[in-house]
Structure formats: C-alpha cells, structure tokens
Design a protein around this ligand. Sequence first.
Ligand code: UDP
Ligand code: MG
Length: 341
Amino acid sequence: MASKATVTADKNAARSSGKRTGRANKLKLVSLVVPVFNEQQAIEPFLTRIEDVFAPLAKTYAYEIIFVNDGSRDATEFAIRSRMLEDPRLCLVNLSRNFGKEAALCAGIDHARGDACIPIDVDLQDPPELIPDMLAHWEKGAKVVNARRICRSDDSWLKRATAKGFYRVFNRLSEHAIPQNVGDFRLLDRQVVDVVRELGERVRFNKALFSWVGFETAEVTFKRPKREHGTSGWSYWRLWNFALDGIFSSTTAPLRIWTYTGGFLAMLSFLYATTILLRTLIVGVDVPGYASTIILILLFGGLNLFAIGILGEYIGRIYSEVRERPLYVLRSVHNGQDKAK
Ligand code: UDP
Ligand code: MG
C-alpha cells in the first residue's frame, strides 16, 4: 500500500529528527493505546479495522498503536510481535504481570508520543469508526472528546442497573461529576495527556481523572456492540472493588457523612437521655429496660463498626499512596520501527 509506506517514511523522518510529530509534513500523529490481557484472537481483527479507518485519513494523520500486554498468559505477545515485523507503527509494552486495565492504560499513555491519544479496547467494543468524528471535534478545538454509549442493550440487566446506580452515587458524592456511560474510549489532546501523566496517585480511576482535568470537552455517541472474541476480564466482584476505588479516590464525602450522622445521633441520644432522666425523677426508678438498652447497644455498635470501616477504606488507600510503589513494572518495550530497520 503506497500511502501506508509514505506515512511510515514520513513518521520515521519526524521521529529521527527528534520531533514527536510529523509537523514538517503536516501529518499529525494519533496514538492508540490498547491494553490487552489474553486477547490472542482479537489482535488481527482489531488491526484490520484500524487500517480501514485510517486509510482515508492518510493525508492528514499518521498513527501509532501502543499495545500494553498486561501479563497475558496466551499467545497475545506472539500475535502482536509477528505483526510488528511488517508494521513499524506498532509498539509493544510488556508488563511484568497482570496489573489491571487502569495501570496498563497508564503504561500505554506514558509511551504514547502522539498529538492526540485515544485509549481503546482491543475487543472492538469501542468502534474504531468513531475515530474520524473524534478527530473532527479535536480539530475544532476540543481537548477531550468523550465517546458515550447511548444504548447498553447488549449488556445484561444487572450490569446496566449496577452501572446506573454507580454513576448516580458517584456523581452525587463527588465534586467533579463524570459523564454517564463514558468509558476509557475518548480522545485526549497532548496537553491533557501531559496533565494526566503528572497526577501522581497510585489508586487510579482514570475515568474520573480524565474529567477532573477539565478543558473543552466534546462528545460523540455510539451503541456499544457485543465483544467479538474471548470473554470480559471483569467479574462483578472486580467491578465492585473498582467502583469503591473510584468513589474513595475521588471524594471524601463518605467521611463527612459520618460527621452529620454522628451529630444527629448524638442529638437524639441527648434528647432520649433527658427524657429518661426526667421520667426517673418524676415517676421513679423504672427497672425493666432491656429492650431499649439492647437496641441502643446494637445500633451504636453497628454504626461504629461501619464508620470505622469507612475510615479503613481511606487509611488503606493512604497506605498505598505513601508506599509510592510504581503503578506498573515493565518487562520489555518493543518498537516496531526498530524491527523494520
Ligand atoms: N484488560 C487489561 N487488563 C485486565 C483486564 C482487561 O488490559 O486485567 C483489557 C482487555 O484486554 C480489553 C480492555 O482491557 O482490551 C477491556 O476489557 P474487557 O473487554 O474485559 O472489559 P469490558 O468490555 O467487559 O468492560
Ligand atoms: Mg470489552
């Protein structure tokens, strides 16, 4: 394909001259960041679709694909490396084990060199055909272009209900709302990428970080298709923990709730104590009182434990942050261009 060869040559020239982009020839570089975990069958169809999408854009944009192999135990690495032999636009970042999608995404963003960066799933649930629209919004000045799912009819009833519940709770508690049904698939301008990379937190909830950054934001919408190959790596338990990470790392509202709950209950206790005191003074000592005593003990015991649990959630996260462990560990990085030379 002649145009592909030209783009590659242009990009090589830009890179070897030490520039991040192909500005000399007016080609903007788009980095696709693709975390992969046991996705051997998905690599080929994904690359074909990406090539189809970028073919008509070859005069304006060059692209690179950064695969982050998140500790896959199947032939994912082999599938990518065999394609890298013929395609210098591919880059492979191998992590030393499975670190989870959020960390893998960070590793990919750290290696992206594009003027724009698009995190995208390899299973084609984020349709690459939206990319030209996203680029059009970007050209008009948007620094972030979200891709929002308008219809989740392919998701199970439980997944839709829990997702809706999560967005409702999150947006009520957090100071910075996150847009409903927007996943990691979005376009981020280089300026935004640089800010996101500066954020040092270890407990990562990228969705919230991407919105926290601000800047002009545009939106494209799509219907999320079913997974083409393999199975989802997210169990409900993992999603639940992810949701907790999201809430506790984005807001301290759950701590504040206890100040008000505590204050309210203290007031009630005071009123109750006054009533009992007055009754004892007026009517005399009232021996039976087992029910009220046991109810109060159980109620306050339960509430105390729950509040301590909430404190624990924050302390646990503070502990992860102060340890300052790296978000991910690299095993190796392979650049398609090195191979092609
Ligand atoms: N993924 C990953 N590490 C993980 C789990 C998933 O890198 O521990 C990748 C996976 O290969 C895919 C993307 O993250 O490219 C989305 O994963 P999945 O399709 O399982 O999530 P879902 O679409 O169900 O939200
Ligand atoms: Mg998926």
